[in-house]
Design a protein around this ligand. Structure first.
Ligand SMILES: [Zn+2]
Length: 447
């Protein structure tokens, strides 16, 4: 089994992530986060928010609507260019993203270039392809009362999209924020939220799914300062990934995206790649978007996006540096870093070595024996005390103590606290450390 399969299996077994709509046979590219997954994801998102927004003086938050006026996507270029090269096998009718099944081609591959790769159909093994077609990845919907037998014109007039990125909800609020908060440049606007992409072939667990949480910052800068601000943001991302998300810097590789592969709006992009269990994949991106977005909005809306410098009275359209990360991608990077197998006294075990601030539970409290009321009562007392103080505390009196340790190791609980007969005598408890499996005794008052 690959490590990814082990992680998927652990996620299901312990209630981190379930396949979406599993009970009805699933829904490709969707995943449901269970109780433990919600806690870890929330810790990750809160840590990001704390690091990039709350701790700083130059960042502001927004939470924009998922449904946006379709002109947003006209202005941003998504209606025209947010598309993947779709190719269909004429033999078995399977559809694929051409650049994902052939080697050494990009998203802008032509039919001829694709045919020259002599790629075989991953499903039936034949080589009989239709032409490359552009498939727009935005999910369409209709806003308001549109019936199936309404005419196409009405349907078109009411067409909207589930947002394919959170960034546009930031750009469209730039003017609101400048007019209400009067921030000095440089400043950033941050948003966390769901975005939707109709991936042709979702795969690799939560890496390529059809809806995901994004955490994005648009950092507005004076045009001639973009380079220094880009470097500042770049260093900040590494700081977050290493010191908050707990990733190893040797697993992160910067990839300077060459001009021909960059998104249509970007003058410089660095992809932060991560060594996932199944190979290197993009974890996050850092892009210099120039004034592309604000200029588009100014053109489409007819409203000025100029910023007036309070000291010099100079006016200009700010340029933008954008760090963008997918929560699920980060979640999987954190899990693959934390996932460890070792042996304790000849017995194999699986541990999630999560940083304490990310672990779903910080402590697990249990009585040594479930059938001794005096132990249970004392353990409840300790549990309530810790719960008051640390919130993220769990109770476990199932099975024997060894089984409880295995379970807490698997969900990443850093410390297990056991109440035994000595506790009743001297008010000390056993504290067992997740990573080393060593045990010490401590007074309850010192916890
Ligand atoms: Zn086929």
């Amino acid at each position: 089994m690959s490590k990814l399969e082990d992680i998927v299996s652990l996620c299901k077994r312990r209630g981190f992530i379930f396949p979406g709509s599993d009970i009805y046979g699933g829904m490709a590219g969707t995943w449901d986060f269970g109780p433990l997954g919600v806690m870890l994801k929330k810790n990750l998102m809160d840590s990001w928010w704390h690091f990039f927004v709350e701790k700083r003086d130059d960042m502001y938050g927004v939470d924009a609507a998922i449904l946006m006026n379709p002109r947003t996507w006209e202005a941003s270029g998504h209606t025209a260019t947010f598309a993947d090269p779709l190719v269909e096998c004429k033999e078995c009718k399977s559809r694929f993203r051409a650049d994902k099944i052939a080697n050494n081609i990009t998203e802008s591959v032509t039919t001829e270039e694709f045919l020259n790769t002599h790629t075989k159909c991953p499903v039936c093994g034949k080589e009989n392809w239709g032409p490359i077609r552009k498939f727009n990845m935005m999910f369409e919907t209709h806003v308001g009362a549109v019936l199936p037998d309404d005419n196409a014109e009405l349907a078109d007039k009411n067409k909207a999209y589930l947002r394919p990125e959170t960034a546009q909800g930031i750009f469209t609020n730039y003017k609101n924020i400048v007019d209400t908060i009067y921030p000095d440049l440089p400043f950033g606007i941050a948003q966390q939220g769901k975005s939707f992409r109709n991936e042709i072939s979702p795969r690799d667990f939560i890496l390529r799914d059809r809806e995901c949480y994004q955490m994005e910052i648009e950092y507005f800068v004076k045009p001639d300062t973009w380079e220094e601000n880009f470097e500042k943001m770049r260093a900040l991302q590494h700081d977050f990934l290493a010191n908050v998300a707990g990733l190893k810097s040797e697993d992160i590789h910067e990839y300077e995206v060459p001009a021909e592969d960059r998104a249509h709006y970007s003058k410089r992009t660095i992809d932060f790649m991560f060594d996932y269990p199944n190979g290197e994949e993009e974890l996050m991106g850092l892009a210099y978007r120039t004034d592309f977005d604000l200029a588009n909005i100014a053109r489409e809306s007819g409203k000025s996006m100029e910023y007036r410098d309070k000291k010099t009275n100079e006016t200009f359209v700010p340029h933008i540096i954008e760090p963008s990360i997918g929560v699920e991608r980060l979640f999987l990077a954190v899990l693959s870093t934390a996932y460890t197998e070792d042996e304790i006294d000849g017995e194999k075990r699986t541990i999630l070595k999560l940083p304490t601030h990310l672990a779903p539970y910080k402590f697990c409290v249990s009585p040594l024996l479930k059938n001794k009321p005096e132990l249970v009562e004392k353990a409840r007392e300790v549990y309530n005390l810790l719960k008051e103080k640390y919130t993220f505390v769990t109770w476990d009196d199932s099975g024997n103590i060894g089984k409880r340790y295995r379970k807490q190791d698997e969900i990443g609980t850093p410390k297990c606290i056991v109440i035994d007969f000595d506790t009743l005598e001297d008010d000390t408890v056993t504290i067992r450390d997740r990573d080393t499996a060593t045990q010490i005794r401590k007074k309850i008052a010192e916890l």
